[in-house]
Design a protein around this ligand. Structure first.
Ligand SMILES: [Mn+2]
Length: 246
């Protein structure tokens, strides 16, 4: 299937200091050139912070921020931009949902914050949105709803860093029907596993035919995944470089 337009959202590794710590720089310089590596990082500074789909789904890499009240706060960030170590831009790329707090909590990543169901509820309500779709944490099935099903984590790297997790993608179709396609690695190649068509964890095989209508399922499937995603992605921000002694 072709796409007319693709919007890449900035993620927490789309930053030079993180790239140089977690292997992208090494791989890039080995397979390509350092100049290409620099171009990658320059390009990252033009990526979008977040996107909405159908004015219902808020897509972002990490999550929300105490400095995020309305979508206008994001629109005010002019490209290109760097990712600071705190504040709105940092939180959008680094924050995580947290079932143990109502509003905000401390992140064990040593950067940004965690956010609870009440802060999500307020953000969604203020912006007339229904669901936050984010990545940033490895989850065993590739997807996980949390915080009263106001937040969906979709993790697209199967067998991440030696784990046995599946991966998933969220597909929003006509009438804002949300489908979740999960996949794993089979014999070294990506293998479509199927589409999850209900919220009770029964993965149905058979391609993209089954739809998951979030609106119809939100209230009746409350039991699902009320916890926070497992914080398996333990990426932390590298410490700030110390100024060289003169
Ligand atoms: Mn991440």
């Amino acid at each position: 299937m072709g796409y007319e337009k693709v919007t890449l959202l900035r993620w927490n590794h789309a930053k030079e200091s993180v790239n140089s710590r977690y292997g992208f720089k090494t791989e890039c310089c080995r397979k390509l050139t350092e100049a290409t590596y620099k171009k990658f990082n320059e390009t990252f500074s033009y990526f979008s912070l977040a996107a909405t789909v159908d004015s219902k789904f808020f897509c972002v890499h990490g999550g929300i921020s105490p400095e995020l009240l309305t979508l206008e706060d994001i629109k005010r960030v002019k490209k290109p931009f760097e990712v600071p170590r705190n504040g709105l831009v940092c939180d959008l790329l680094w924050s995580d949902p947290d079932k143990n707090v109502s509003m905000l909590g401390k992140s064990k990543r040593k950067i940004s914050v965690t956010f609870g169901r009440e802060s999500v509820r307020k953000f969604l309500e203020a912006n007339k949105l229904q669901l936050i779709i984010r990545a940033h944490q490895c989850v065993p099935k590739g997807f996980k709803f949390c915080l009263k099903q106001q937040v969906l984590t979709v993790f697209s790297a199967p067998e991440y860093s030696g784990k046995s997790n599946k991966a998933a993608e969220a597909i929003i179709g006509q009438n804002s029907v949300l489908r979740i396609h999960t996949f794993g690695i089979n014999g070294g190649s990506l293998d479509g596993v199927g589409v999850v068509s209900d919220l009770e964890g029964k993965t149905q095989l058979g391609g993209h035919n089954s739809g998951l209508d979030v609106n119809n399922n939100l209230d009746v499937k409350k039991e699902l995944n009320e916890g926070s995603p497992d914080s398996d992605d333990e990426t932390v921000e590298p410490p700030a470089k110390r100024a060289k002694m003169q």
